[in-house]
Design a protein around this ligand. Sequence first.
Ligand code: F6P
Length: 352
Amino acid sequence: MSEEITRIEDIRGNPSGIRRVGVLTSGGDAPGMNAAVRAVVRACITRGIECVGIRRGWNGLINSDFVVMHGQEVSHILSRGGTVLYTARSEEFMTEEGRRHAVRTCRLLGLDAVIAIGGDGTFRGGLELSRLGVPVVGIPATIDNDVGCSNYTIGFDTACNTAITCVDRLRDTMSSHERCSLVEVMGRRAGFLALYVGISVGATAVLLPERDLDFERDLIEPIRQARLVGNTHFMVVVAEGVCMDRKMGEEIKTTFDLGAKVQEAIGIKPTVTVLGHLQRGGKPSARDREVASRMGYCAVRAIAEGRPNVIIGTSAGKIVEHPIEDALQMNKSVQMERYEVLEALQNRVPRG
Ligand code: F6P
C-alpha cells in the first residue's frame, strides 16, 4: 500500500512525500500576493499536497488562526489586490516565546513546511523558524522591490503603475496652473519606486535615499534649468526614504518641510502630495500576476523536490532559488545608470 502511494506521489511530482503545507502573507501587502497564494494552493493540489492558509502573517501561526485551502477558496482571487489571508507585522514572532508557540502550531497542524510571502523582515522570521526545525520557503512580495536575492518582487510593477497614474493626473492640474509639485512615493529606505516613476513621468528632479543629496544641486538647480528652457510647471518625485534618517539635514523631517524650503529658494509655493497607501492597492498588473504565479508554483516544487529553506527569486527573468541564510546576506541597489538616463533626458549634465 505505502509503495503504491509513493509511486503515485512520484508521478505527481512529490518525491519528498510532503503531506501538508502552510502558506501565509506577512509585512506590507502587495498587489499580486493573492496570485501567489492561488498558485501555491493550486500547485499543492496538483502534487497531492494539502494546503493550509495561515491568517495574519506569523501571528496566525502563534494563534492557530488558519483555514484549509481547497481549489475553490482561491477561485477568482488572481485579479484581486491586497491579500485574502490578511497580513501583519508580528512583534510576538520576534520573541523566542512567540516562535516556540508557532512551532507548536506547526506540529499540531501537521505542517511539513511553511511558504512565507513577504519581504526581508518576513524572511528573517522564516530563517528563525527553519532553525527550529520547520522547513520554510520564501516568496518575495513588496512594492519596495528591496529584496536583495531577487531582481524583482511581486507588487512593484503595479505600485509603479498606480503612482504613475496619480502623477499624470497631478500634472494635468499642475501644468494648467503653472505650479511646482512635490510627490512623495513609498519605498521605505529604497529608491526603486521613485526612480522608475520619475523616469516614467519625465520628472524635473528625483530625490533618492541612495544618493548623497545636495538641496541646491539636486532640487533647486534642475527647477531653475527647466524654467530657463521654458517649462512653466515642475514635477519633483521624492522617495519617502529621503527624509528618513535626516538625509536632507536636521531641519527637513518630511516632504512638507522640503516644500517650505523650495518656496524660500525659488519663491514658488509647491503643492506637496504624499501618495501613501494608495500605492499598495489595486488590481495586480499582468507582470505581477505572471511572476506571482510562477513563484508560487516554484515554491511548492522546491518543497516537493526536497529543497526547503530557500527563497525563490528572479534573475535575468528566470526563477532561481537561494538558501535563506545566503539570500539575507545579498544586496541589491538602485542602478545609477537609470539615474543617468533621467538626467540625460532632462538635458542636464550628468554628475559623473
Ligand atoms: O514595505 C512596504 C511599505 O509600503 C513601504 O513602502 C512603507 O514604508 C511601509 O510599507 C509602510 O508601512 P505601514 O503600512 O506599516 O505604514
